[in-house]
Design a protein. Structure first.
Length: 363
């Protein structure tokens, strides 16, 4: 069965593992580890990335990340294909599935990426929609874990619009048992179905979900404050929207209510002087550029997790580059019975394959 990533809770059961893989793989790759730098799970595969709107971090991080994993990144801008115009989304999904090993889709309407996934025979990753931004959430929690050794008593807060970034941030925090407090103006609350899913995870994992309309209340004693632009792409016609966010700027006064070791996060691009001041953005405790870099590493982990090689060459090259022996494999029996079946069936859980090798190399 093909797995898709439309919202971050689609990988809830494996989320912590995916983040750990990203952190360890990033460390190993930057240290020049030959195993990490020769790990090519996407070898021979083309990964198509569809964009309905301009992109900096998403496009660059996917193209570079896919290339580093041995794949061929194929960028498709909205005028390059007939998606939803002279060809239906379902027909486009069926056609692209014949050529590509996976599809990433940055769109406006979440219904469009959902329809694409319903009709695709290869994994579809939501690279941003009006309701969810799972790749950003993966990078966000990866960054938080890198900067805080212990997340048990961590308090993450959001100040701004109840938008797609908040949706997946709150889900991701609750999935890991991290308290999430969010301050939004009245009328800009996150979608109720997402809030309920978040509360369900929080109850299961022993964390809190707290909503307020008061930014000071949200940030008090918090360890992380996260903000985003007040007027998103496609909302430029909403002339008065920014006025509703008076008092929601993250500035020196607001972070003064936080823990002394506060961290500032932003998904970028930032509108300096609106939702955040230069003082906060450029502060040594701002981690926005670590966060931006981690888009690539988190997405590489998600790609490796979701996309299985579809040809013998790709499968065998992974085994050869890892130099794994049967005794090193630590795979669930439900995935494979023995090493020979792995080679014959060509179904590889790359997360489990790479973890033992990386752990051995860096410890």
């Amino acid at each position: 069965m093909v797995e898709h990533l439309l919202a971050i809770d689609d990988v809830a059961d494996d989320f912590e593992k995916i983040l750990r893989w990203a952190i360890e793989f990033k460390r190993a790759w930057k240290n020049g580890d030959d195993v990490a730098q020769n790990f090519f799970p996407l070898d021979t595969l083309a990964i198509g990335s569809i964009y309905e709107e301009p992109s900096t971090r998403t496009r660059v991080s996917f193209e570079v990340g896919i290339n580093r994993l041995g794949g061929y990144p194929l960028t498709l801008l909205k005028n390059d294909i007939q998606l939803g115009k002279s060809e239906s989304v379902s027909d486009t999904a069926n056609v692209l599935s014949r050529f590509l090993g996976g599809i990433t889709y940055r769109c406006f309407a979440h219904a469009d990426v959902s329809e694409l996934a319903e009709n695709a025979d290869v994994p579809v990753i939501n690279a941003l929609s009006d309701k969810h931004h799972p790749c950003q959430a993966a990078a966000d929690l990866m960054t938080i874990i890198e900067h805080f050794d212990d997340t048990e008593d961590l308090k993450v807060c959001w100040v701004g619009d109840g938008n797609n970034v908040l949706h997946d941030l709150m889900l991701a925090c609750a999935m890991l048992g991290i308290d999430i407090h969010y301050a939004v103006p009245k009328g800009y609350e996150p979608d109720e179905d997402v809030v309920q899913r978040t509360k369900d995870f929080a109850e299961k994992n022993g964390s809190k979900v707290v909503e307020t309309n008061d930014p000071v209340e949200a940030v008090t004693d918090a360890h992380v404050v996260y903000s985003d632009i007040f007027v998103s792409m496609g909302e430029e016609h909403m002339d008065d929207k920014a006025n509703d966010f008076d008092g929601f700027q993250v500035n020196e006064k607001l972070v003064g209510h936080m823990d002394d070791d506060w961290k500032f996060m932003h998904c970028l691009p930032a509108h300096r002087g609106d939702e955040v001041t230069d003082w906060v953005m450029d502060h040594k405790q701002s981690i926005v550029f670590d966060q931006a870099e981690n888009r690539m590493w988190a997405q590489m982990s998600l790609l490796s997790f979701l996309i299985n090689p579809v040809c013998p060459q790709a499968s065998l090259k992974i085994l050869e580059s890892l130099g794994l022996e049967e005794s090193m494999l630590n795979l669930d029996e439900s995935i494979l019975n023995n090493f020979e079946s792995l080679k014959e069936d060509l179904v590889i859980n790359k997360i489990d394959l790479l973890f033992p090798k990386i752990d051995k190399k860096i410890r």
